[in-house]
Write a protein that binds this ligand. Structure first.
Ligand code: ZN
Length: 281
């Protein structure tokens, strides 16, 4: 098994034609800073360019898949420059922040969603807010039965996480419940709603995901590529990408409002409100 080590991500050959990319900030519960997101992008790109890779798994070390954005480490553009056609990152007001989130969050998520190879998210533990932004771009999701999904960021005075696919992933009513309450959705409910493909005991998660990946990797790359694009195009015809970009604009309205009222991009009292709500539940 060949292994390449990044600082925040592991890149492993998991099977003959399967690569496993692993989020590797377990002490931070895989909170996402710029280093992690750009290393993840590098790892995906590496797998895309390697013709011996048929399927890509995205997994995580530690107790949780991801606790969301790393709020203690503000995002920055990669030192080699952006990977989208965005600019104006230092512009004052909301203009610069809008461009920054467009590059580092939604821009990267859209790149990963359109990777021309099957991708499988292997998730466990907590998948909070921006954690969803790593899971939803993947084609398939395998979850251990202890997985809980949530997006509590309405407490921050915004509509939801930047890569806004909630209504399409779980239906409008469950999406509103998740957003309005900030509460958890367990793996069984996510399976029932069609958001995940398999739910398995934690001890069987890696094995089940690899077996699924190896089964898919036996299929011809051209057929897989066409099937993926056909489904993604069908989602686009249903409006998923337009709706996501529209919601992203509303998200920036929320940040602008916070900037006006609080002098910061998020309501500074929100983190404590979320902690209090978690204690009550
Ligand atoms: Zn934001």
């Amino acid at each position: 098994m060949s292994e390449i080590t990044y600082e925040t991500v592991k890149y492993e050959r998991a099977g003959e034609r399967v690569v496993r990319i692993v989020l590797n900030r377990p002490d931070k519960r895989n909170a996402q800073n710029s280093a992690l997101l750009y290393e993840l992008d590098d790892a995906f790109q590496r797998a895309v360019l390697d013709d011996s890779v048929g399927v890509i798994i995205l997994a995580a070390e530690g107790p949780d898949f991801s606790s969301g954005h790393d709020l203690k480490d503000p995002i920055t553009i990669h030192e080699d420059g952006p990977r989208s056609c965005c600019g104006g990152f230092d512009a004052p007001g909301i203009e610069g922040w809008w461009a920054t989130e467009r590059e580092v969050f939604v821009g990267l998520c859209e790149r990963w969603r359109n990777i021309p190879k099957p991708t499988i998210a292997e998730v466990h533990g907590k998948v909070i807010a921006a954690g969803l932004m790593l899971v939803w771009p993947c084609d398939l999701i395998v979850a251990s039965d202890d997985t809980v999904f949530s997006d509590p960021v309405v407490a921050f005075g915004v509509n939801g996480v930047e890569y806004f696919r909630h209504p399409f992933e779980m239906g409008s009513r469950r999406a509103k419940e998740m957003l309005f309450t900030g509460g958890n959705m367990n793996a069984a409910d996510a399976y029932m709603l069609g958001m995940v493909n398999r739910v398995v005991p934690r001890g069987e998660l890696e094995k089940t995901t690899l077996e699924l990946a190896e089964t898919i990797a036996l299929r011809p790359s051209m057929g897989l590529k066409l099937a993926k694009q056909a489904v993604n195009q069908s989602e686009d015809r249903q409006g998923i990408t337009d709706a996501m970009w529209g919601a992203f604009s509303l998200h920036q309205l929320g940040h602008a409002n916070n900037l006006h009222i609080h002098g910061s991009l998020i309501d500074p009292s929100a983190a404590q409100k979320i902690r209090d709500a978690n204690k009550r539940s």
